[in-house]
Design a protein around this ligand. Structure first.
Ligand code: NAD
Length: 291
């Protein structure tokens, strides 16, 4: 049985980055893909591009707004066979920096998008999946959901939450015929890491590598946790068992103790601006501040 060909697969936050690469990979495998994003200008371009590779549609979506999410899913059902086979909760933001310098808005946005948005998506598709005794939810967390480092207090908190909710959900809904998986990417070359200098030990992977990971869990729904690259999950698990001094030594060795505290703020400014206030649908491109 092919879990991808001919299936209606919905991806949030897929106008760019990992979500976009995943949409492309799934179209190549014959899925009907429906993407959502709050950034309408980028979304429209993405849909035009994706539609060259197969059956792709896209609609504005704010994952922090349950009404917007429900309307988006209704459109996705209408584009498909009346139901959703797979939901990929990918939309996410990563404001970083010293915790005491994080604004209330950045903190709330991170929690709303990364945590509440995932819960909302799951609550909206689970009833139909349980009824059909079929379906798969894939939540995109991060290795930051296993390895928490300075400068990522809020982000790590939200990504640990996604790992936790996904584990509990996988085990609660398996008897009801619904699969739940969580994918934990390492540093990936998207705008999300702009301005950060990763060490040679932590060379970023490409969005296509994460897309291949998503394809893998769809092919093998029994996989509930997948890190990309694969071996890093074991490193994450070991890190959690280390005493503080050893953990900090390893973090320092990997360059992780400073990467999210000392970055190129200018190179990161555009990303931080959109990440810190990623609530609501953005109908037009934001005005660039005059220099
Ligand atoms: P990205 O910024 O390139 O893409 C994220 C997309 O989500 C954007 O198009 C953005 O407009 C959209 N989005 C943000 N808030 C939204 C909202 N409220 N409603 C709808 N859409 C919204 O980032 P990415 O690197 O592709 O990240 C995708 C996922 O992968 C995120 O959950 C991120 O935390 C996770 N991740 C990324 C990395 C990395 O290094 N890039 C590593 C681990 C995990």
């Amino acid at each position: 049985m092919d879990n991808i060909r001919g299936k209606t697969i919905v991806i949030t936050g897929a106008a760019r980055g990992i979500g976009y690469a995943t949409a492309k990979a799934l179209l190549a495998r014959g899925a009907r893909v429906v993407i959502g994003d709050r950034d309408v200008a980028v979304l429209d371009k993405a849909v035009t591009e994706l539609a060259r590779g197969g059956q792709a549609t896209g609609y504005p979506l704010d994952v922090t707004d349950a009404e917007s999410f429900a309307m988006f899913l209704d459109k996705a059902r209408a584009d498909g066979a009346g139901h959703i086979d797979v939901l990929i909760n990918n939309a996410g933001v990563m404001p970083v920096g010293p915790f005491l310098e994080q604004s209330d808005q950045a903190i709330r946005t991170s929690v709303e998008v990364n945590f509440y948005g995932v819960l909302t998506g799951c609550r909206l598709v689970l009833p139909e999946m349980v009824k059909r005794h079929s379906g798969h939810i894939v939540n995109i967390s991060s290795l930051a959901g296993m390895v928490a480092v300075p400068g990522q207090v809020v982000y790590a908190g939200t990504k640990f939450a996604v790992v936790g909710l996904s584990t509990a959900m996988a085990d609660e809904f398996a008897p009801q015929g619904v699969a739940v998986s969580v994918v934990l990417p390492t540093f990936t070359n998207t705008e999300l890491i702009s301005g950060t200098a990763t060490s040679s030990a932590q060379k970023p992977v490409q969005p296509e590598d994460i897309a291949a990971g998503v394809v893998k869990v769809l092919d093998k729904p029994a996989i509930t946790h997948l890190s990309v690259p694969g071996p890093l999950r074991a490193v994450g698990a070991i890190t959690q068992l280390l005493p503080p001094r050893a953990r900090r030594w390893l973090s320092h060795k990997m360059g992780n103790d400073t990467v999210f505290l000392t970055f190129d703020a200018n190179a990161r400014a555009d990303y931080e601006r959109r990440a810190q206030s990623a609530v609501g649908v953005l109908e037009t491109a934001p005005e660039q501040p005059s220099s």
